[in-house]
Design a protein around this ligand. Structure first.
Ligand code: BDP
Length: 690
């Protein structure tokens, strides 16, 4: 019997049919060559982890001796390291661990290992988990929280710990060194003794991988949890409450990272409830954690229903406060001025805050880019934002450089990404979602990295070894790596094309948690800035949001030459055109086509791109294990249908205003507008997983 099972296993392995559930991420097990690891430092759990990684995964010369040395070195910053073919030197233990992972990555992906210093772009490289104490995940599409459980029994099981350890190891492998383990829409419960107990248990598991634990806190916790009458940041009792809470936390978790705060934002309580400023609120919390070396990350995601233009609010509220924040505060700014849309120009706050530490916040979870159904490699989007020149301190003041300390003397630097992890066996729902977790870590470590390299690295580590026997390894590069890399690099633009091209934004379905189209959605009495028509402004005259000097004037929040360039439709880049302009349907585009035709062609092109992705993936079959091949194939099928839905719905909806025919070269709609709207209204909140 045993023999039969073994033969079956062997057969299925060689045929490439072995179950590959994706749980191993980019850290797939390897046949390691023998290696001797000499640790020239006092032994610690973290260094033991580093040693173990080398011993288990060494792909270099058999019998090599690798030394890990802790040593002062002026060229090394923060937890950076100096790498040689058989040596890693760093000034911190975490630096040695990152060096080990870099060495192994280079071996696995065929990159040379020259003597070189690697320094991180940012001091803090953080995941923000929007995980609720009841185990649900806001905007999460990969199952329940890996940290919190519905039953709230607070029992920490061996299974919990094993999972947290795998999670921490994955973070460390790409240099991520911090995790905010609960939702920014924070429950006050998170600061209760029970939840702090579980937080301590999590922190203990993350620590050996150099990952610090942070909490998101609710500004009104002193009232809701502490029973005080007020949460006014200038009230002495409130200050005392937070100081005592900080002490309680640090007694249990001495290296606790600090607080992330969403306040006076989207209905969350905050200092403005008491007539105080963001600086008043943030400073009070910063003082509470200061004695322990803690940090406060204060979000600048603010807007109010009375704004004529929501995109302007954060800049208006925060620029006057520049220089008023304590030095252990970082203002956390979303990449764009509205809200993680498939494409936005960069937030004008980047570079405009010159005396305040500022950090970019990206969204790894695909709230507006197809949940865990559509394939979207978001690295290109983040690269685009980081590479955008703000001109705030002369040319080359890119978002990357105005946030990483290259331009302004920031006391602290950081980058945050809203995580896409959950209890799904493959962590992220869509297998390619893992690439976004990976890419975020790599870019937080090095904000100059190119998406092509990141995709190449991720594919090589994630799919090598899964090839079936019918495919030769030498074909792998040509038939799998090259086309799938191209697919990944084009994937985000395809989504922009079939959902919100030419600067359109926020026109997604509200009834279906932001998946699919919904440009019509505007129930009576609904806040205007939560409805798509507020953003697309389609009427008989044209389409787009007028943010020019003649309109909301949001354009003036950008530094010249950008303000002038964006303000003029002739010089405004096509991809931001309808972000800044309301233009007639027959507006003549740079291509010579009318705006209406151009819009239609973009929608159609997006659909065709997804069809092409399907073809690329189908051809990749011999190079991918059966399970992941089928999973991605199914997702692409669903995405293809969704792309057509977007195209049909948006073109038919806008056609009511343009009264123009859909160009003949565009695939004719297979839906009716009435049908799509009716279907959207009755769609269940959670679409069954394809
Ligand atoms: C929006 C999400 C919402 C978040 C909010 C935020 O829809 O769930 O709470 O961002 O970032 O995009 O606070």
């Amino acid at each position: 019997m045993k023999k039969l099972l073994f033969s079956l296993w062997l057969l299925s392995t060689t045929l490439g049919l072995r179950a590959e559930d994706g749980h191993q991420l980019w850290l797939r097990p390897h046949q390691a060559a023998p290696v001797t690891v000499v640790v020239a430092a006092k032994n610690s759990t973290l260094l033991a982890m580093a040693k173990q990684e080398l011993e288990r995964n060494w792909q270099g010369a058999a019998g090599a001796t690798v030394t890990l040395t802790l040593k002062k070195d002026n060229a090394i910053k923060h937890d950076g390291f100096r790498l040689g073919p058989t040596s890693v030197r760093a000034t911190t233990e975490a630096g040695l661990l990152y060096g080990v992972f870099e060495l192994l990555r280079r071996q696995q992906t065929g990159q040379p290992v020259a003597d070189k210093v690697f320094n991180p772009s940012y001091e803090y490289r953080l995941l923000n988990h929007w995980d609720n104490p009841d185990g649900s995940v806001e905007r999460g599409y990969a199952g329940h929280s890996i940290f919190w459980r519905k039953d709230s029994s607070f029992v920490v099981t061996a299974k919990d710990k094993a999972l947290w350890q795998e999670y921490a190891r994955a973070n460390a492998s790409v240099g991520l060194n911090g995790a905010v383990i609960n939702n920014v829409n924070a429950s006050p419960l998170i600061l209760s003794a029970e939840y702090l107990g579980r937080t301590k248990a999590i922190a203990d598991v993350l620590r050996p991988y150099g990952v610090k634990t942070f909490l998101a806190v609710k500004f009104s916790s002193p009232v809701l949890l502490g029973g005080l009458k007020t949460a006014d940041p200038l009230d002495p009792a409130v200050k005392k409450w937070w100081q005592a809470k900080a002490k309680e936390i640090y007694q249990q978790i001495p290296d606790f990272g600090g607080f992330l705060v969403k306040a006076s934002s989207e209905g969350q309580p905050g200092p403005q409830d008491y007539g105080r400023t963001h600086a008043d609120g943030a400073n009070m919390l910063a003082d509470a954690v200061k004695p322990y070396g803690g940090l406060v990350m204060w979000r600048a995601f603010v807007y109010s229903p009375n704004d004529k233009d929501r995109a302007k609010q954060a800049y208006n509220e925060f620029v006057p406060l520049d220089g008023k924040f304590r030095d252990n505060i970082i203002v956390q700014v979303k990449n764009g001025p509205v809200d993680f849309q498939p494409r936005e120009p960069f937030s004008p706050l980047f570079g405009a805050l010159k005396k305040t530490s500022v950090m970019p916040e990206f969204q790894i979870t695909q709230e507006y880019l197809g949940h865990s159904i559509d394939l979207a490699f978001l690295s290109t989007m983040w690269e685009e934002c980081l590479g955008s020149d703000t001109y705030q301190a002369g040319p080359s003041s890119t978002v990357a450089r105005v946030t990483d300390g290259s331009v302004y003397p920031q006391k602290h630097t950081a980058m945050a990404g809203v995580a896409n992890t959950g209890l799904d066996r493959n962590w992220t729902g869509q297998d390619f979602g893992q690439a976004n977790w990976y890419a975020f870590g790599r870019l937080a470590w090095n904000n100059q990295l190119k998406s092509a390299q990141i995709a190449d690295e991720w594919l090589k580590q994630t799919f090598t070894g899964a090839t079936s026997s019918t495919a030769s390894a030498s074909d792998w590069n040509t038939n799998f790596l090259a086309p799938v890399t191209q697919l990944m690099l084009a994937s985000r633009e395809a989504i922009v094309n079939y959902s919100m091209p030419l600067g359109l934004h926020h026109i997604m379905s509200a009834t279906h948690d932001h998946y699919g189209p919904g440009p019509w959605w505007a129930p009576p009495k609904m806040r205007a800035d939560w409805t798509p028509p507020y953003y697309h402004q389609a009427d008989a005259q044209g389409v787009g949001f007028d943010r020019t000097t003649g309109g909301s004037n949001a354009v003036s929040q950008y530094h010249e030459p950008l303000a002038g360039q964006f303000n003029n439709p002739a010089t405004c880049p096509d991809e931001y055109l309808l972000w800044f302009h309301h233009l007639p349907w027959d507006f003549k585009m740079k291509s010579g086509r009318t705006l209406w035709d151009e819009l239609a062609l973009h929608y159609d092109h997006g659909v065709q791109q997804v069809r092409q992705f399907q073809q690329v993936w189908d051809k990749a079959q011999p190079y991918v294990d059966a399970e992941r091949f089928a999973a991605v194939q199914n997702k692409l099928r669903a995405q293809s249908g969704n792309a057509v839905l977007w195209k049909d719905a948006c073109l038919l909806y806008f056609q009511q205003f343009s009264h123009l025919p859909i160009p003949a070269i565009v695939e004719p709609p297979m839906h009716t507008l009435e049908g799509v709207i009716a279907n959207d209204a009755v769609r269940p909140r959670q679409q069954p997983r394809p």
